[in-house]
Design a protein around this ligand. Structure first.
Ligand SMILES: Nc1ncnc2c1ncn2[C@@H]1O[C@H](COP(=O)(O)OP(=O)(O)OP(=O)(O)O)[C@@H](O)[C@H]1O
Ligand SMILES: [Mg+2]
Length: 227
């Protein structure tokens, strides 16, 4: 069986605006159907790396290719389309929209690609159930707890069945049992749905479901553990 490389990163380098180098010479390949965990100390550049992979930030050097096409060769419209259609991103700070309902937040990626109304409703309600917030679709996001917001952010990242899932500390605000259920959703999207996933995490439970765990250092990613 040939394994499709979904994400290929070569010689990536990034400095912070002030000038300090975060990392250089970073290499990474992730295949469809593979789940990779990234760990590393606070401030080392994990969120910055995810932002670069999603085309939300630009590297100083090096290249990121998704499905064989370099991000640098795509214009803003193509990058937006790529993010909407192919990527699911769970931000460390959630970025859930407070004045939208839970149903509107989770269904947003489908609405943005103009999916038919009945499909949006069906998939959104199924996803609300799966993140443990079924029956609360009409509530406003501004009233949620931190852990509930995190689960809405995850539902929104998975609802459109993205090819590439990028998740920044997705279980940081969850109790162990809820975290376990949420991690199972990522594992299912990868193992059954064939997505590629990169999860930044400090949690051993999250690292335990990964095929590989990599440590981010100033010299790139170092293999810490493989299944
Ligand atoms: N716009 C900016 N200007 C200056 N420094 C920045 C900027 N953005 C990020 N940084 C710095 O870059 C470094 C890497 O930040 P990043 O958020 O990627 O770290 P992280 O590994 O995700 O950390 P954490 O585990 O705490 O989330 C930090 O030291 C941060 O202060
Ligand atoms: Mg971070």
């Amino acid at each position: 069986m040939t394994v499709a490389t979904l994400l290929r990163v070569s010689s990536l380098a990034k400095s912070v605006p002030g000038g300090r180098q975060l990392f250089a010479g970073l290499e990474l390949e992730v295949a469809a159907g593979e789940l990779v965990a990234i760990v590393g100390e606070s401030g080392v550049g994990k969120s910055t790396l995810l932002n670069i992979l999603a085309g939300l930030d630009r590297p100083d050097a090096g290249e990121v290719a998704i499905e064989g096409i370099g991000l640098a060769s795509r214009d803003d419209a193509a990058l937006t389309r790529l993010r909407r259609e192919r990527i699911g991103f769970v931000f460390q700070a959630f970025h859930v929209l407070p004045y939208l309902t839970l149903r509107q937040n989770v269904g947003l990626p489908l609405a943005l690609v103009s999916a038919p109304r009945h499909l949006i409703d069906e998939r959104t309600d199924a996803m609300l159930d799966r993140v443990g917030l079924g029956g609360r679709g009409g509530d406003y996001a501004r009233d949620l707890s931190g852990g509930e917001l995190q689960r809405i952010a995850i539902g929104r990242a998975l609802v459109h069945e993205p090819a590439l899932i990028l998740a920044d500390e997705p279980t940081g605000n969850l109790d162990p049992e809820t975290a376990g259920r949420i991690l199972a959703l990522f594992a299912q999207a990868v193992r059954e749905g064939g997505a590629a996933a990169i999860i930044v995490t400090h949690s051993d439970a999250a690292a335990a479901i990964a095929d590989r765990t990599l440590t981010l250092t100033p010299h790139g990613l170092i293999l810490r553990h493989a299944r």
